[in-house]
Design a protein around this ligand. Structure first.
Ligand SMILES: Nc1ncnc2c1ncn2[C@@H]1O[C@H](COP(=O)(O)OP(=O)(O)OP(=O)(O)O)[C@@H](O)[C@H]1O
Ligand SMILES: [Mg+2]
Length: 325
């Protein structure tokens, strides 16, 4: 006799969940190697979210665990508000994913490949083939054999395959891998437009620069552990920044500022004057510096805050962690 639990009959009101992905203490070990280590992840709906980390950090393993391609050793997770593995079928019906490189039959055309994939989905999927091909800019090449496609075209076909299910959430493992700068730009624009349609895109990447350009929010993962996460703008606001000062006499300006509390961070270079400021420095400080320079006889043409790129911030964070602080 088979038994049905209450929550199989009545799944939670998943649509109310504000998180596209939610994990708590998620852990996956390969013998002594903890590839995913107590990961607490909160991915808001309707954004592009980067899971960013160096090679071997555990990005693919996390995605495989989320999709049920391998089991977790500990922790809990929900996708689009559906607890998994319990409600995995309901969750996966609303998710499109590419893990590693998308695999297709090379001797068949792009369209034929999508027909095969659509046959394994709900009946409506077949009716979305043309729109999906159109959507990723592949309609003109849809009847060529996949073996003749470039890497960028395969990646786009992979996204078209994801769109067959009209997913609310796309999970893309290293979507920029193997793409040239033009291909990366196309992929970035495609991700942005998918988000503009109200979908959530989670992508993994070791390319800091790409994540910074493509994503609204990020989790930085190092050796299986998420070390920081949140909106990129918010994370950068918490970091140190430089003030670039364009003025008539940088040397005199440098001397004037050297005697102040900001003096240790002053550097005179070919582009003028740069002053390093601590995280959270108030705007009033900038006005005060300006006044000091003007009163000291320096003409100030421009004051510009230069925030660290995500890359330098990432290095800053990992170095700090490496130093045990
Ligand atoms: N099937 C497996 N068996 C044993 N160890 C594995 C397996 N898959 C991954 N690992 C190990 O888990 C760790 C994380 O690997 P994973 O592939 O998730 O990293 P990644 O962040 O995706 O790296 P990359 O940027 O190179 O794709 C690595 O130490 C890897 O060797
Ligand atoms: Mg990987």
């Amino acid at each position: 006799m088979s038994t049905i639990t209450i929550d199989e009959v009545a799944p939670p009101n998943a649509a109310d969940s504000q998180w596209a992905v939610e994990t708590h203490g998620l852990t996956k070990r390969f013998k002594d190697n903890v590839a995913v280590d107590g990961v607490e992840l909160l991915v808001p709906r309707g954004c592009a979210f980067g899971y960013l980390g160096p090679n071997g950090a555990g990005k693919t393993t996390l995605i495989r665990v989320l999709l049920g391609l391998t089991h977790a050793d500990a922790g809990s997770m929900s996708l689009l508000g559906y607890p998994v593995p319990h409600h995995r079928d309901q969750a996966l019906a609303r998710i499109g994913a590419i893990v590693d490189e998308p695999r297709f039959h090379g001797h068949l055309t792009g369209r034929q490949n999508l027909h095969i994939l659509a046959a394994a989905r709900e009946p409506a999927a077949r009716g979305r083939i043309d729109a999906s091909l159109e959507r990723v800019g592949m309609i003109q090449r849809a009847d060529d054999k996949v073996s003749k496609y470039s890497m960028g075209m395969r990646q786009r076909l992979g996204v078209a395959a994801c769109l067959l299910g009209d997913p609310q959430l796309l999970i893309l493992d290293e979507p920029m891998n193997g793409l040239d700068p033009g291909g990366m730009l196309e992929m970035r624009e495609m991700i942005t437009s998918l988000v503009a349609e109200g979908r959530t895109v989670v992508l993994s990447s070791h390319l800091l620069d790409e994540v910074e350009r493509t994503c609204d929010a990020v989790a930085i993962v190092d050796r299986g552990k998420v070390i920081r996460q949140g909106p990129i703008a918010g994370l950068l606001a918490d970091s140190a920044f430089d003030l670039q000062i364009d003025c008539s006499t940088p040397d005199r300006a440098g001397t004037l500022l050297a005697g102040t509390q900001w003096g240790t961070g002053v550097e005179v270079g070919p582009d003028g004057l740069r002053v390093s400021l601590a995280p959270g420095t108030e705007r009033a400080v900038v006005a005060e510096m300006n006044r000091l320079l003007v009163e000291g006889g320096v003409s100030v043409y421009r004051l510009q805050e230069v925030h660290a790129s995500l890359e330098s911030w990432f290095l800053e964070v990992t170095t700090r962690l490496g130093a045990g602080q």
